[in-house]
Each structure stands twice: as C-alpha cells, then as structure tokens.
Design a protein around this ligand. Structure first.
Ligand code: NAG
Length: 419
C-alpha cells in the first residue's frame, strides 16, 4: 500500500469511528447494532445539512430521500413486502379519507354479520418524516389486520416543511372523524365499540391529541374505545425532565433533535433551540403559566422516585425573548396533550402507553399515564428498561432488536385483549 492509500484509509477509519462510536448504556442489548443505526442516522442528518449549506437541497427533503432510498433498498433486499393488494388474506388499498391519503388494510371477510375491529394508525417521524407505507409500518399494519381481524387505516397526514401545526393535526382529525362515521364503519363491517387510535413518537402525539379531540367533540357520535400510544411526544414546556437530561445524547433521538422537531412543527425559528433547551420559554415570569397549568407537567410530583433519581427541576426566572408569545403553539393542547385539564382527560378512552428507559420522551409518557389514571381512566403502562426510542420500528433482520420484537408482541397482545 502506498503512503497515499494509508493516509486515506486512516482518515476514512477515523471518520467512520467518529460516526459509529457513540457508546451505549450497559442495559442496551445488541449495542453495536444500535451504534450502527445511530451512525447511519447521523450520517444522513449531516449529509443533509451539508447539502443544505451548499444550497443544493432543503435538508428535510434531502434526509427524506435518503430514508426512502434506504427503505426501498431494505424492502428489495429482504423481499418482505408483497405487492399491494395481493397478500393472501389482507387486502391493501391506497385511498383518501376526507381528502387525506390513507392506506387501508382489510382482513379476510368473516362470516355474514361478523364485525371486525378498527384501528387508526399515525406514524412517527418528528412531523417531518416517514409514511405509513414505509416497510416497518407497512409490516405492522398487515400483522395487526391479519392477526387481530382488524381494519387498519394508516394515515399519511401532511408534514413539515409543506405544512405547519395545526395542519398535520387537522388532517388526522379529518381522517379520524371520517373513519368513525357510521357509513364508513358500516362499509368496512367494523364494530363501533371496538375502534382504536394509535401511533408512535410524533404519531403518538397526534394519536393522544386526536383521542382528546374526538372525546370532546359532541358532533362525533362514535368514539374511540382505546388509545395505544407508543413512546409519544406530549409536551414542549420542559426539556429538562429526568429522561430529557439523562438521554440528551442518546441514539436515534437526542434532545436537540427533538427540540428542532418541535420548533419546525410550531413554525418557529430553529435558532431558538438553546433557549428552549434552557427552559427559558417556560420561565417564571410568564403569568399564563399558572401553578395549576404547571402542575399538569410537574414531574417532581408525577414521577416515581425510581425515575426522578436525584435530578433537579430546571426553572428559568426570566425569558427575555417573549417565547410564549412568539410560539403560541407551545400552549396549545392540540400540540401538547399533556396540558389538557382533568375534565378533558376524564373523557378519554382506556389507554396503553409504551415507554422506554433510553428515550428523552420516557417521562412525557409516564406523566400522561399518571394523569390519565388520576382522572379515572384505565391505563396500562408498559415500560421497557432496556428499550430505546424507535425500537418498534426495528423488528426485521438484519436491523432487528430483541426489545423491539418483545415490545411489538406486547402491544399486539394488549390490543388483542383490550380492543
Ligand atoms: C435564557 O434567558 C436568560 C435571561 O433572559 C439569558 O440570560 C440566557 O442567556 C438565556 N439562555 C439561553 C441559552 O439563551
């Protein structure tokens, strides 16, 4: 090997280890696999940022293309996705509900008069990425439809940067209300007492918000009977909960990425990131943040000692930027379902809330579980001490994680027994 080749090899190896080497907590099984996934994510993000700075592409569109390319490569390699509509058993159709694109999975028709369950699914991806049609989501849609005799409707709501809050919420609400209409339930032979709303991450945020919206809208005659939230995003006023601090550099979803997703979704400037990470936006000077409103996300009273450990609340005195006026969406229950009052929570359907130890969003989910219970709602809190954000999307070889497969199985079992 010539000197040039040696230098190039050493530089490449150094660059590679910079990407790959983000040490994982001991409790994570298969840490190397997670480091590889994390490295792939960060490479995609950095390449997108580079192209953006060079003026080649919007960084979101660019990262989306990378993800789609990766997704179709995996699907082609694994051959895991049969062509739409020809799976034995499940019928797949891409149509619209109230103008919103959806993919519908129908199980084989039962006997005459046999009603099926229904499930509305909202995918994750920080309100900017993803699609219900992506390999991992498509697989789960087919599995639920087939194994649980359920009509699954996976919603492709619009994303940032094409639209901002509240448009994605409004797309989901329109699709949900269309799904719950007596004519549509009848058309698909769905039992109106057995319809779920579910979603993961940003989709879990939308699912919780839609559950509240439907529960409190008297013009919707049929209600969701259960909500199943997978590591949901539920609030944007405290980015210093114990889970946000503990997992601020964790794989898949570091704190600054989650804060960026929030700023994008709410139509605010991304340069405000450090202000939000310092909790300046929820500073004591804001009189709209009454003690009663603060108590709705006060982790010092809503979390058990096991999760509080010795973390201290971060409360800023002053906010010199008037952030709450600049970003009104921060106080909107349609973006932050954890801010809803007990009278709204009391009307919400029975809940399953999945949380992972190695996830900035763990405490959002744990606090919501506690507040729903306090409001008299029946809640199953399914917590994974070896789980990480996004693990349910990693259940297919070679990117399969034991905790993802376990969590998916338990989610489906809960639906089987409760929907
Ligand atoms: C938070 O606000 C305080 C008071 O206005 C300011 O001094 C501080 O620099 C802000 N923090 C960040 C990270 O911008």
């Amino acid at each position: 090997m010539g000197l040039k080749a040696v230098v190039v090899t050493v530089l490449l190896a150094a660059a590679l280890s910079y990407y790959v080497y983000n040490p994982m907590p001991d409790a994570i099984q298969e840490p190397w696999k997670l480091m590889a996934v994390d490295a792939a994510f960060r490479t995609g993000v950095n390449l997108a940022a580079l192209k953006y700075h060079l003026g080649i592409d919007h960084y979101i569109t660019s990262f989306r293309r990378t993800m789609q390319g990766f997704d179709s490569t995996m699907v082609a390699l694994l051959g895991s996705r049969p062509p739409a509509g020809v799976v034995p058993g499940v019928k797949v159709s891409d149509i619209t509900f109230a103008g919103v694109p959806v993919r519908v999975y129908e199980p084989p028709a039962g006997g005459e008069g046999h009603l099926r369950r229904g499930l509305l699914y909202l995918h994750g991806g920080g309100w900017a990425f993803g699609s219900g049609k992506m390999g991992a989501y498509d697989k789960v849609g087919r599995m639920i439809s087939d194994e649980l005799n359920t009509v699954v409707v996976s919603v492709d709501y619009r994303l940032f940067p094409e639209v901002l809050f509240p448009e994605p919420f409004l797309d989901c609400a329109a699709a949900a209300k269309h799904f719950l209409s007596p004519e549509v339930l009848d058309k698909y032979a769905i039992d109106p007492e057995r319809v779920a709303v579910s979603g993961d991450s940003a989709g879990g945020n939308l699912a919780a918000a839609i559950a509240q919206e439907v529960a409190t809208d008297d013009s919707v005659p049929v209600k969701f009977s259960v909500q199943a939230l997978i590591y949901p995003v539920l609030q944007a006023l405290d980015f210093n909960t114990p889970s946000y601090v503990q997992n601020r550099n964790m794989a898949i979803l570091p704190r600054q990425v989650m804060v960026q997703f929030w700023l994008q979704y709410l139509g605010a400037d991304i340069s405000l990131q450090p202000q939000l990470i310092a909790n300046n936006h929820s500073a004591l000077q804001h009189s709209v943040l009454t003690p009663e409103l603060r108590s709705r996300l006060d982790w010092t009273s809503l979390l058990s000692q096991k999760f509080k450990k010795s973390y201290k609340p971060v409360v800023a005195e002053r906010d010199s930027h008037g952030l709450l006026k600049k970003i009104p969406g921060l106080l909107d229950v349609r973006s932050s379902p954890l801010l809803a009052g007990p009278e709204v929570l009391a009307k919400c359907p029975r809940a399953y809330i999945l949380t992972c130890e190695f996830d900035v969003l763990r405490d959002d989910g744990l606090m919501y579980a506690r507040r729903l219970k306090d409001a008299g709602v029946s809640v199953t809190s399914d917590y994974y001490e070896d789980g990480f954000h996004g693990c349910l999307s990693f259940t297919s070889w070679p990117l399969d994680f034991d905790v993802g497969k376990r969590a998916l199985r338990n989610y489906m079992t809960w639906l089987q027994n409760n929907l």
